[in-house]
Design a protein around this ligand. Sequence first.
Ligand code: ADP
Ligand code: MG
Length: 400
Amino acid sequence: MPKRTLASLEGARLDGQRALTRVDFNVPIKDGRVTDSTRIHAALPTIRYLREKGARVILCSHLGRPKGGPDPRFSLQPVAHALEIELGAPVVFIPDPAAPGAVTITKRLPRGGVALLENSRFHPGEEANDPALARIYAGLGDLYVNDAFGSAHRAHATTEGVAHLIKPAVSGFLMERELKYLGEALSAPARPFVAILGGAKISGKIDLIEALLPKVDTIVIGGAMACTFFKAMGLETGTSLVEPDRVDMARALLQRSGGKIILPGGAVIAQELSGSAPTRSVARDAIPAGWAVYDIDEPSGEAFAAIVSGARTAIWNGPMGVFETPPFDRGTRRVAMAMAAAAKAGAVTVVGGGDSAAAVAEAGVADQMTHVSTGGGASLEFLEGKPLPGVLALDDMQGP
Ligand code: ADP
Ligand code: MG
């Protein structure tokens, strides 16, 4: 069932109303300054729309993992300043939603005014999804907007609990976009439908492979994950990152895959993980003891790129190698370029996963993709077919 969207609400439901809006302002902060504003930018369309419609915008978010209470290192105060600059308008900071004056502040905001609440994780009730805390947040809004896709896989007070207490409870523009692109890729993919999977550990992606196998035409696997499959094929993997307790599972997956799983034919290897270490390019059955796989080799990159360019839907989760350490970024870059080219040729290309999104941005092709998900863990769980509590709790399209 599609979820009710902010865009579907009539102006009268917004004008003068207090919109408690859950955003993902979990941004990197150094010396009291926001060092990467990507997530703030991602929330701006919803914030601007609400302001234009005359709503009073009360924003809430978590930031980092503060332990057991308020901690100035995890304050959202620097984000309030960054947001003021983005909006060119004052942002009222509310240090505590439970303080007696908080409700009054929200009611006294001018139409189109913006307030930001302090880090929701300063309250233990946030992660415990404590109904008492959810009620406190609910007192600060006349409607609820969830634009924090990246937190939607967590049933917390500001993502799930509060959505049951304020009606209407709708998705913001970013959330709507995420659900549309990830959802369409899974439910009605143009074929061939190809998944490109990589990253460090197969253990974190088993559910993903299982969920995608029946849906896709091909799964291309790179990254360290491929090494566990190599091991399952009886190949020498040297000092590569292999998960010994997943080898049997990898073997079973290969047997069940009906030929859908494509592994790299070769790898770029080194004796240590360093940009200056001597490297070799070898076939996958020629990995010597003492060497580790840090990237797919060039022929594999070309082969993967060819598969991607034949796709009409391609979803990508997990880099092909240790892309943070050049020259082991080449396979990942090759796939990023192939995804961009496929999108240009009319394919739907979707990137999910924090490191994959970073790799695509680094390759300079993020804006050429159909969609780059802002939610790492959330996009993974969504692609695994798991219901996201923060989405489930929103009104259905034909809601009250
Ligand atoms: P995402 O965040 O996109 O879901 P993951 O977190 O699963 O991706 O994996 C990303 C990590 O995988 C990166 O830090 C990268 O260095 C690592 N990785 C990829 N290939 C290898 C490899 N061959 N050996 C060790 N680490 C690898
Ligand atoms: Mg990651």
